[in-house]
Every structure is written in C-alpha cells, then in structure tokens.
Ligand binder design. Structure first.
Ligand SMILES: [Zn+2]
Length: 318
C-alpha cells in the first residue's frame, strides 16, 4: 500500500473521525438527504475476489454510526420528502443494495433488523429461477481466480458492457476455455449467488425491506438495443410484481447506465422512481424522476468511509 494511503488510513482518518469533524461537515452541508449504495455483506471478506462485498463487522459499525448521526428512512420516505421539498429536521439517509445477493438476506438483513434500519434490495430477476445464474462481472472474477493472466479483464469488462443479446453465449465461450473456472465458482458461492423466489419473498416479508428492479439480465440498458432495454425493464417489473403481489415502483440502473430515452421509457413502463450511481446527463439534477446514490467503498476503513460520506452530502445529496 502506498505510504500516503497508509498515513490517511491509520492516522488522519481515525483522527478526523475521533474529533467528529466529519459530523461538523455533514451538519453544515447544504443538502440534507443522501442514498447509499451497497452490494453484498460478507462474513468471508476477501478483497482478492472483488470489492463488492463489505465485511460484516464494518457494515454493523456503519449502521450504528448512521443510527447515531442520521435518520435512516426507507427509499419511499426519502423520495417523498424530496418531492415535497421540505427541509428535514435531521439529515436523512436511505440504504440500497444492488444485485440481490443471498448474503443480503443471510448477513445484511439480520443486522438491519437488529437496528430497525429500513433498506431497499434491487433484484436481478434472471437469478430468481436459476440457482446457477451468475452476473457477468462475478463471472469475470471467477475467471480471474481460475487464470489471472488469461485476459485483460478491464478491457474485457468494457467490451461486455456494450453487449446485449449474445453477451452470455460469448462469456460462456470464454469460461469454457478455463479449466478451473467451475471449481472457482463452486468454491466461492458467497460471492456470486443471488436470491431465489422464496428468499426474495422472505426479505419482502420484513417490514423494513422494499424490493426494486435491477432489470432482468443486468445489461447496461443505455448501451444496448432500445427494444431489448425496454423489455428488460418491463419483464423484471412484471416478474417481481407477480411474485410479491404488489406494485414495483423503482428501478436502479445496472452499472448506473441509462440515457434520456431510457428514463422516458422507464416512466412509461410505470417506474415512479429511478436511481443512478453518478448522474449521466446534464438534465438529471433537475429531473425529479431520478436520484443519485453514493457508493460505499468496501476496500477502505469505516472511518474513511464516514468522512467521504460527510463530504458527499453536497455532491451526491439532494
Ligand atoms: Zn448491479
């Protein structure tokens, strides 16, 4: 690790955090609402596999901190507060989790329930009926574990992000060439397994959990054929509504990718709330259909994350 990073982690961050400077910054922020984006929470933390799952103890510290310094509200509540244009008494924070990993149910939900913290889980509906479904980026991670040097994985990811129909056959062709791929997949189920119907139903039964769409196959909908993108958004909404017997009102865009035309289509399909990771378009900041989210880093400390959060209230808050 670079020396400056080590100094920041070991000395500066704990000091700033210990003095409560980050809280002073948060209180002074002009914006008073923020939505956080997590993916997984794990009790088998391993950055050697990927950066998408937070260590469970760090996650619990996050929640304790939020309980103390923010009001944790549901996504619906934070969105309605924003629409009504009210200035909240205290800073509001909402939690979202993308992709629908089983660890959301098994590891994150018990902690959310322990602290009575609401959250929204965004589900990739292709995973509901196929226990072997694995997202393309988790596939790449398992490929990397099988053979680190087989591909330039960054380049491959960029290529895959542009693909629609044909993507999965293409990826299957790549994994078939790596003899250790299946073994790596079997060895690390915690890092890629998505919830099935029964597991999503169990989550939805908790009064703390809202469910939203993360599309059906997790294509970058802004990059692919428009008709396919539309079908992806429509199908996942229908599948979730059939399962849960209630209206699905929100969508989180895979890889934070969308266009103006996609936003219009999502609204047309019936999504009342849309969620980005970084605003993609100049019009987004004044578009009440879409809100930004702040991605929690799983590769830095709790203290550093809380400092980043306080400064992100102005850039990612609303
Ligand atoms: Zn995703």
């Amino acid at each position: 690790m670079k020396l400056t990073k080590t100094i920041n982690r070991k000395i500066i961050s704990p000091l700033v955090y210990g003095l409560g400077i980050e809280q002073m910054l948060a209180r002074r922020a002009a914006k008073h609402r923020i939505i956080l984006n997590y993916h997984g929470v794990t009790d088998k933390f391993d950055l050697g596999i990927n950066h998408r799952h937070m260590d469970v103890q760090q996650f619990e510290r996050d929640i304790l901190y939020f309980k103390k310094h923010f009001k944790i509200v549901s996504l619906s509540e934070i969105y309605n507060s924003y629409l009504q244009g009210e200035t909240p008494q205290e800073n509001l924070l909402a939690l979202t989790f993308d992709d629908g990993y089983i660890n959301n149910l098994e590891i994150a939900l018990p902690i959310l329930e322990k602290y009575n913290a609401p959250a929204t889980f965004y589900i990739i509906t292709a995973g509901l009926e196929n226990p072997d479904f694995i997202t393309w980026y988790d596939t790449l991670d398992m490929m990397r574990l099988a053979d680190h040097n087989a591909h330039n994985y960054g380049e491959l990811a960029n290529q895959i992000k542009k693909m629609g129909n044909g993507r999965d056959v293409y990826i299957q062709g790549l994994t078939a060439q790596l003899p250790r791929y299946e073994e790596m997949k079997k060895r690390n189920p915690h890092y890629w397994q998505l919830m099935n119907n029964a597991q999503v139903l169990t989550c939805a039964k908790s009064k703390l959990i809202e469910i939203g769409s993360h599309t059906h196959l997790h294509y970058n909908v802004g990059n692919i054929d428009f008709a396919l993108a539309s079908e992806e958004m429509r199908l996942s909404k229908k599948i979730l509504e059939n399962l849960l017997q209630k209206e699905i009102v929100s969508i989180a865009y895979p890889d934070g990718n969308y266009t103006d035309k996609i936003k219009d289509e999502a609204q047309q399909i019936g999504y009342k709330q849309q969620y980005a990771v970084n605003y993609q378009l100049g019009s987004d900041a004044n578009d009440t259909r879409i809100l930004n989210r702040w991605s929690m880093s799983n590769s830095t400390t709790h203290e550093a994350n809380m400092i980043l959060l306080s400064t992100s209230l102005n850039s990612k808050g609303f």
